[in-house]
Write a protein that binds this ligand. Structure first.
Ligand SMILES: NC(=O)c1ccc[n+]([C@@H]2O[C@H](COP(=O)([O-])OP(=O)(O)OC[C@H]3O[C@@H](n4cnc5c(N)ncnc54)[C@H](O)[C@@H]3O)[C@@H](O)[C@H]2O)c1
Length: 356
């Protein structure tokens, strides 16, 4: 596969993403002796990374939402400091979005900020989270409540890492990716439709094409609105409802699959509020079904869902800030008042589409 490169412009520092086959020489060229590596434990084992990484400073991360906590941070920072790490050394992060969120948050606060390089290994981290500079940890069951912006210096993507992902994690990545194409417009949705089922079968060429395209769509939004104040808010399409589903199912539904359900929910609400034609809701649902229909949230309690929706950090007062759809590629920001009509819509959605 030939090399593809993207540069992201950021007010903090511009940074690059290269899509390539990561070889031993890439690690050698980018990792210095005193750098510290935070590596997803599973990736370390499945890709036999001990053969490629000669560096002694390796901290293995157990990637779970519970690990994105203050307690875990404390223990990792303690290990880093004990290794005589200083401000001129870098953190090298190898793993998915969770390892990234933990590592990048540490990189942003340690010694008032150190450099980090990222080798994303999950679908979701390759097509989405690796760019944008957001760092986050959870606060008890509240997701991504604490964080800041601290982009990496460089990102290297190798789609061969995807070979060891479970079916559920592949679908999660494709679910997250889908929202970029749907927000972007009809032409990009057609591009996605031609390739996403192949990517779900791990056709690496299709994976690479979709990853490259979705990163370029995200680039458009984050370069216009780096700090999530205007245009970038539209990228929360599916996320308000997705985060609430993740939270009330105790994270049993992985992020990107929850986002796919969340997009269906947002579209259904949009239709019920007179914004979106029913055919458009159905059309998008047909695209999303192969990604999420085998992973339905079991028996959700609508009152719990509303409680979780109300905790979203982007809300305004007690209203729910939602990204709704008027069409494919035409999303709007709406404040939703939680009233009987809204509850009725959620109950109807559950009855029709979360039936097991
Ligand atoms: N910072 C951001 O901008 C941003 C954006 C989107 C999502 N996120 C966060 O990312 C997280 C989800 O990301 P994720 O799905 O990558 O989670 P993850 O890091 O937990 O990876 C998912 C699972 O796949 C495993 N894994 C990773 N790479 C693998 C590989 N190559 N082979 C086998 N197993 C592998 C992990 O060990 C884990 O079990 C969430 O916490 C979400 O909030 C952050």
């Amino acid at each position: 596969m030939h090399k593809r490169k993207i540069i992201i412009k950021s007010s903090k520092q511009n940074y690059s993403i290269e899509l390539l086959n990561i070889s031993k020489s890439n690690f050698k060229a980018n990792i210095d002796t005193n750098d510290i590596l935070l590596v997803d434990k599973k990736v370390f084992q499945r890709h036999k990374l001990s053969k490629f990484l000669s560096n002694k400073n390796i901290i293995k991360i157990n990637a779970s939402e519970k690990s994105k906590s203050f307690e875990n941070l404390n223990s990792i920072i303690n290990q880093i400091i004990k290794k005589n790490f200083n401000k001129n050394n870098k953190l090298i992060i190898i793993g998915g979005g969770i390892t990234q969120d933990i590592g990048s948050f540490i990189a942003s606060i340690l010694f008032r900020g150190i450099d980090w390089i990222f080798y994303p290994t999950s679908f979701l981290s390759q097509c989405d989270s690796c760019i944008g500079g957001k760092t986050s940890i959870n606060f008890y069951s509240r997701k991504n409540q604490i964080g800041n912006f601290h982009p990496p210096k460089k990102i290297f993507i190798d789609v061969n890492f995807l070979n060891t992902l479970s079916k559920k994690e592949i679908n999660s990545g494709i679910g997250e990716m889908a929202h970029y194409f749907l927000v972007s417009g009809k032409e990009d949705v057609a591009y996605f439709k031609l390739r996403y089922q192949k990517a779900m079968q791990l056709n690496l060429k299709a994976c690479e094409q979709l990853i490259f395209k979705s990163l370029n769509i995200k680039k458009r939004f984050i370069e216009k609105d780096e700090f999530d104040k205007k245009e970038r808010l539209l990228l929360n399409y599916g996320h308000t409802y997705g985060h609430a589903i993740e939270s009330i199912t105790n994270f049993k539904i992985p992020h990107g699959i929850a986002v796919a359900h969340g997009m269906n929910m947002a579209n259904f609400i949009s239709h019920k509020l007179g914004l979106l034609k029913y055919e458009k809701f159905e059309m998008v649902k047909e695209i999303l079904d192969p990604i999420c229909k085998d992973y339905l949230p079991k028996n959700i309690n609508i009152n719990h869902l509303i409680k979780a929706l109300k905790k979203d950090k982007k809300n305004i007062n007690s209203n729910i800030r939602s990204i709704l759809a008027k069409d494919i590629g035409h999303m709007i920001v709406r404040e939703i008042v939680v009233n009987d009509n809204f509850k009725k819509i959620l109950y109807e959605f559950k009855r029709k589409y979360f039936r097991l």
